[in-house]
Ligand binder design. Structure first.
Ligand code: NAP
Length: 298
């Protein structure tokens, strides 16, 4: 008898459904305030990957019927100038969400910038007040990538209560908020990181395994419990082969893990598209929250 392969969780398809589900909210906001939700995106410098991300975010925001205003600043922009732009956008009633594309040039303190954004407009959900709201289970603005992972998991698994969840990675933008979200869903949560001993055995306990490591094909099939649901957050570009650009792969060895897991997200086409869908969702949520309108539900 052949091996049963894992179901592929199609993040691309799910993200377009998520975007569709926002349309009624966008229409309602237009009806009530005379304009769609508006997102300001700030890019400092010309990092190639950031340029692609920003272009994608701006295009999809517009495709969803919302306003996207780009502020492209030179790599030499001072922290003071950036703070002053954020202050203007914080006070501008025509702007519902503010996103500063990371990473920033070395001379700018990322924490100061993130925390200068008004929490109610912080669509990345990285500011301390939003982190605090998430960890006290009150609804603020939730970081886009872990929110995207959660929406995929809830749609695929349903009730997550009582599941054993292991997250590999403890970054502020993925690992930690992911752990908090799964804890809020009543999972039993373990966070693994570079100092974790016997990571293979830790991972093997997981009903839900989320990999956010940044190492190509790091998670092997021997680490995965039979029937586990595997969410691969990693985006890693392999070295070029001949004249071809290197392939994008995740943190999970997709081919071998597909023989053990019950479901798995591919790279590309899994978590990536959900991150942008959740940015649009957070922009709608921010526009609704400020005015006490009904907002998209979990
Ligand atoms: P990060 O800040 O570099 O964090 C990586 C985490 O992995 C750290 O907590 C680190 O542990 C842990 N780690 C590193 N090597 C390890 C090892 N050998 N064993 C166990 N843990 C190890 O990365 P990130 O920003 O969270 O991103 C993770 C990945 O997700 C990257 O590939 C990134 O490109 C991708 N990503 C994708 C999206 C998307 O939209 N799909 C969004 C964001 C990020 P320590 O804390 O102990 O150092």
């Amino acid at each position: 008898m052949g091996l049963k392969k894992a179901t592929i969780i199609d993040g691309k398809e799910f993200s377009s459904r998520t975007n569709q589900s926002l349309l009624p909210y966008v229409e309602l906001i237009v009806e009530k305030i005379g304009r769609p939700p508006a997102l300001a995106v700030i890019l400092v410098g010309e990092d190639a990957a950031s340029l692609v991300y920003v272009r994608n975010k701006v295009k999809q925001t517009k495709d969803a019927g919302m306003v996207s205003i780009e502020h492209q600043l030179s790599a030499e922009t001072s922290e003071k100038t950036l703070l002053s732009l954020i202050d203007t956008l914080n006070k501008d009633d025509q702007i519902d969400g503010i996103l500063v594309q990371l990473p920033l040039p070395d001379h700018i303190n990322e924490n100061s910038i993130i925390n200068a954004i008004k929490p109610s407009k912080d669509v990345d959900g990285f500011s301390i007040p939003n982190v605090g709201l998430l960890s006290t289970s009150v609804s603020g603005l939730i970081p886009c990538t872990p929110l995207g992972c959660l929406l995929l998991l809830k749609s695929y698994v349903g009730d997550l209560s009582g599941k054993s969840a292991v997250i590999i990675g403890r970054s502020n933008i993925v690992g930690k908020p992911m752990a908090q979200l799964l804890l809020n869903e009543n999972c039993t949560v373990t966070i693994a990181h570079s100092k974790t001993k016997n990571i293979e055995a830790v991972c093997k306990e997981a009903d839900i395994l989320v990999a956010a490591v940044g190492r190509p094909n790091f998670v092997k099939s021997e680490w995965v419990k039979k029937g586990a649901v595997v969410i691969d957050v990693g985006i890693n570009r392999l070295p070029p082969e001949g004249d071809k650009k290197g392939r994008l792969v995740g943190d999970v060895d997709f081919n071998s893990v597909s023989n053990v897991a019950s479901a798995i997200t591919p790279v590309p086409g899994g978590v990536g598209p959900m991150t942008i869908a959740c940015l649009l969702r957070n922009t709608v949520t921010a526009a609704c929250k400020r005015r006490n309108f009904n907002e998209p539900e979990m």
